[in-house]
Design a protein around this ligand. Structure first.
Ligand code: ADP
Ligand code: ASP
Ligand code: MG
Length: 408
């Protein structure tokens, strides 16, 4: 008998029929004698609808109140799911994050989980209940409702699995595992049986939304056994996220291609080439709570240099505004921007021992006439910023070049 945390994403609970199917699936696991904690998302589209309502009232909604609204999507699902389980003859109880309590910091709309009280859940489990905990939410030390950022139910599930020392955390979604790239963009993408935490972390942070990045961080830190599976198939082992040593010896060099459609690039032209310039440009950007992704400072000539960086597209106008205000002060010639860019990345731990991957990537893009605007590398990834109109093409040809469409 095992203790298993099962998370069901928005599509998997997208209608009352699907909620009934989830209840049936849980009933089968329960019949095998396992203890089950279920973490559902809001029904698909619901969180967007709720945020949309808030924006009809205010173009810049108060974050505390936005969390009060956005968290209700999951509250509906947990109640419906508990009732569906009762119909299956199961004992089940639902809780919101604040009822549990899932204690978070006070960073509304992107709060971090600090601690989870497992008492209530353990008691209910010992009395034979399936315990259903709303994903995506918690409460801060003052009892204010918080949410964990979009896609945050993955993190709720993994954090609960860590707090309960569960045997496994299963993420049920609308694909049957983690693929070599998004199967909606490249139909030839293949499901991976395993992927290392390190690679999954890179894939998630570089735009593969199949798992929220914080859920992978949590799982790595607390050694949670994490698996991604389909909620629409009864068969299949999905993808297991593993520590590197567990992976078979013959590793592919590249495990996957990730992409992010939401990049925007800003360039400050003709800034004086002197110490402190990066700080003078990026300090005010950080103060405006804008996350910076890639950064490039060119080699200076004639005493001036150009400085470029990328931000999330949603922050583009705000970042432009900040740069316009610092422009005079730092003595820059011009600010230019492009919010029609995207980022494509190749990820793989095998890169460490195989030089030449970067040049292979650049050659492939050049042969298709795709101009690279920015490059960034780490031990296990290479990312390029390109024009967004080439996104699909770039992902497809890189997927093919690195042999990801073929059996490893
Ligand atoms: P859920 O609502 O279940 O949380 P998400 O939409 O957040 O589901 O995540 C699943 C989606 O992630 C898939 O439908 C797929 O389009 C997308 N995705 C992106 N990259 C990958 C990848 N490498 N492998 C599998 N799915 C991916
Ligand atoms: N419902 C939330 C969202 O749409 C959380 C989640 O689905 O994981 O972002
Ligand atoms: Mg998700």
């Amino acid at each position: 008998m095992a203790l298993i945390v099962q998370k069901f994403g928005g599509t998997s609970v997208g209608s009352t029929d699907r909620i009934k199917n989830v209840a049936k699936r849980v009933a089968r696991w329960k019949a095998q004698g396992h203890d089950i904690v279920v973490v559902p998302s809001a029904m698909s589209g619901e969180t967007n609808r709720l945020i949309g309502l808030a924006k009809e009232i205010s173009s810049n909604p108060n974050p505390r109140e936005l969390d009060v609204i956005a968290s209700t999507g999951e509250q509906v699902t947990i109640g419906l799911l508990a009732m569906a389980m009762h119909e299956e003859g199961l004992k089940a109880k639902s809780y919101t994050g604040s009822q549990v309590r899932v204690l978070t910091d006070s960073m509304h709309t992107k709060a971090r989980i600090l601690k989870i009280d497992d008492q209530r859940i353990r008691k209910d489990l010992s009395e034979g209940n399936v315990v259903i905990v709303a994903g995506f939410q918690g409460a801060d030390e003052h009892g204010n409702i918080t949410t964990l950022g979009r896609g945050g139910s993955d993190t709720s599930a993994v954090a609960l699995a860590a707090a309960l020392k569960a045997d496994e955390c299963q993420i049920y979604t609308d694909v049957d595992g983690v693929y070599t790239t998004d199967p909606r963009v490249v139909p030839e993408a293949r499901k991976l049986d395993t992927i290392t935490f390190e690679e999954m972390l890179e894939m998630a942070s570089l735009g593969s939304k199949v798992l929220q990045i914080r859920s992978v961080e949590f799982a790595g830190k607390y050694k949670v056994k994490l698996r991604v599976l389909s909620s629409f198939q009864d068969e299949g082992e999905g993808t297991l996220i593993t520590v590197e040593e567990d992976k078979k010896m013959e590793q592919p060099i590249i495990s996957g291609i990730a992409f992010n459609r939401d990049e925007a690039k800003l360039t400050v032209l003709g800034v004086p080439d002197r110490p402190g310039i990066a700080y003078q440009i990026l300090g005010p950007i950080a103060d405006a709570n804008i996350d910076v992704d890639m950064i490039i400072q060119n080699v200076g000539h004639d005493g001036t240099t150009d400085f470029s960086f990328t931000v999330n597209r949603g922050d583009y106008n705000k970042a432009l505004g900040v740069l316009e205000t610092v422009k005079g002060h730092i003595g820059a010639r011009e600010i230019v921007g492009d919010n029609k860019t995207c980022k494509v990345s190749a990820v793989g731990v095998g890169m460490r021992s195989h030089p030449g991957i970067a040049s292979q990537m650049f050659r492939t893009l050049a042969e298709e006439g795709i101009n690279i605007q920015m490059i960034s590398t780490s031990e296990i990834k290479i990312s390029v910023v390109i024009d967004e109109k080439y996104l699909e093409l770039a992902v497809r040809i890189l997927h093919k070049t690195f042999g990801l469409d073929k059996e490893a």
